[in-house]
Ligand binder design. Structure first.
Ligand code: PHE
Length: 469
């Protein structure tokens, strides 16, 4: 039974602390850990990036995560209303709610292209399923193809706007199903079932890779800290990745925090969430690189690492079809618990704003995100000449898909997180903030120092470098 966390207001909420922790980990753990982290680590010099990334998670990500969840828990309503409430109670301008408004918009934009990638994952699940189904465990249809033919599947998919749109809509529809069922009836259910399954699959595939793959080479690759490689660019990439991975700066953790009961210690749970997210990113590296390195393939190649290089590598290993299928199912689980979080942010906002029912609101959000997703899918082929933000030099030449990605990563997320720090560190009444954060003594002083000084300074630096580059 769901326990209303908001002191009898009847608002839907997490049924337990564990449900909140699993849902928040589900939001954090996603394509960011499995696709973006290995790709970023590979193109930013391996170990140096990894070490600085961990540093960013602890010193910047974690304080911001706690700040977002405490705003939500205090407000017990949608992201914008929660910020507004804390602002008004602190005798500050209600317009601070704009910071969450930006986040809601950003979450919607990420949702649109995230589901396109989710659609690719569905497509590969289908591919490996057919492979297994058609020809038994090891001699699947993909194995009849040459390495080049397997790698060519991904560019062919990207060239096919119609197929991508179909899979995108399917992924949006699955996400919608759970969001429409509510927080305790849908969103936490998907997390409670899928996250343990995700962890089990990740462990199994990592062990498989450790025995069959180049595990020691990978350890050397990921954990050799060559500090000469720690350039400004690498540091910026690491901070950006930390935000994306912890779902920060897009009002997502404000929204999830708003469903948390008063009995939960937010500092402790934020630490668990950040620890789990970081561990998954590292283990994902330990899972993916051994397989790729053992097959003698390049670890570079961005999205192609997962969708072209890995399928090729799987096919050169024993039980490749089964492992490939298990791998993409695992990625699908992680992507779904994140897309659910992304859809919940605009849904909870619009439900409160327009006083509409959850089902109707979620259907509307899903339809709009689906349309934008279809535009993103076609921007990779037929519409590649259309550059919606072409008038801004930073986004010159980017189609809908990559513009959505860049504008959220380079602009919305850092600005959102910066505003959260300024709001919680300088504007909100410290008494109210302290009644929520679950910290005392030296740790409390340290957290306040980070939120007031270090995080804003670091974020400003990212933005200056990001916007000028
Ligand atoms: N953190 C998710 C991932 O790593 C993405 C995400 C961003 C989810 C923002 C929700 C909000 O894939």
């Amino acid at each position: 039974m769901a326990v209303a966390p908001s002191g009898g207001t009847g608002r839907d909420g997490w049924s337990s602390r564990t449900a909140f922790i699993l849902a928040a980990i589900g939001s954090a753990v996603g394509l960011g850990n499995l696709v973006r982290f290995p790709a970023e680590a590979a193109s930013n010099g391996g170990g140096a990036f990894v070490l600085f990334y961990i540093f960013c998670i602890v010193l910047i990500g974690l304080p911001v995560l706690l700040s977002e969840t405490l705003i939500g828990r205090h407000g017990q309503s949608s992201a914008t209303q929660s910020v507004r409430r804390l602002a008004v109670e602190s005798r500050a301008s209600p317009y601070w709610e704009g910071l969450a408004g930006l986040g809601v918009l950003a979450a919607f934009m990420i949702l649109a292209f995230y589901c396109v990638i989710g659609g690719w994952v569905l497509y590969y699940i289908g591919l490996f399923f057919l492979d297994l189904f058609q020809s038994g465990v090891t001699g699947g249809a993909l194995q009849g193809l040459s390495a080049e033919q397997i790698e060519a599947i991904f560019p062919a998919l990207q060239a096919d706007g119609f197929t991508m749109s179909g899979f995108d809509i399917a992924f949006v529809a699955i996400t919608l199903y759970f969001v429409a069922r509510g927080v305790s009836g849908g969103i936490e259910v998907v997390a409670i079932w899928l996250m343990p399954a995700f962890f089990a699959l990740l462990l199994l595939i990592t062990i498989y890779g450790a025995f069959g793959g180049a595990f020691t080479d990978t350890l050397g690759y990921l954990f050799t800290f060559d500090f000469s490689k720690l350039t400004g660019e690498v540091m910026l990439a690491a901070v950006g990745q930390a935000f994306f991975s912890l779902s920060l700066g897009v009002a997502g953790m404000i929204t999830y925090g708003s469903y948390v009961g008063r009995d939960v210690n937010l500092a402790g749970t934020s630490a668990i969430i950040a620890f789990a997210d970081t561990s998954v990113a590292l283990v994902a590296g330990l899972c993916i690189f051994p397989i790729v390195i053992a097959a003698g393939l390049s670890t570079e190649g961005g999205l192609g690492l997962m969708f072209a290089t890995l399928p090729h590598a799987f096919q050169s290993m024993p039980f490749g079809s089964v492992i490939g299928l298990a791998f993409f199912i695992m990625v699908g689980f992680a992507a779904l618990t994140s897309s659910v979080a992304l859809m919940e942010v605009p849904t909870s906002w619009a439900m409160e704003k327009f006083k509409t029912s959850r089902a109707l609101t979620a259907i509307t959000v899903a339809t709009l995100a689906g349309l934008l997703g279809v535009a993103s899918a076609y921007s990779l082929n037929t519409m590649s000449g259309f550059h919606p933000l072409g008038f801004i030099p930073l986004f010159e030449g980017e189609g809908v898909f990559s513009a959505l990605d860049s504008v959220t990563a380079k602009l919305f997320m850092p600005v959102g997180a910066l505003l959260v720090c300024i709001f919680v560190g300088w504007i909100a009444d410290p008494k109210l903030v302290d009644s929520e954060n679950g910290l005392d003594g030296a740790l409390h002083k340290f957290w306040r120092f980070l939120v007031r000084y270090l995080c804003p300074a670091a974020l400003l630096a990212i933005m200056v470098a990001g916007l000028s580059g």
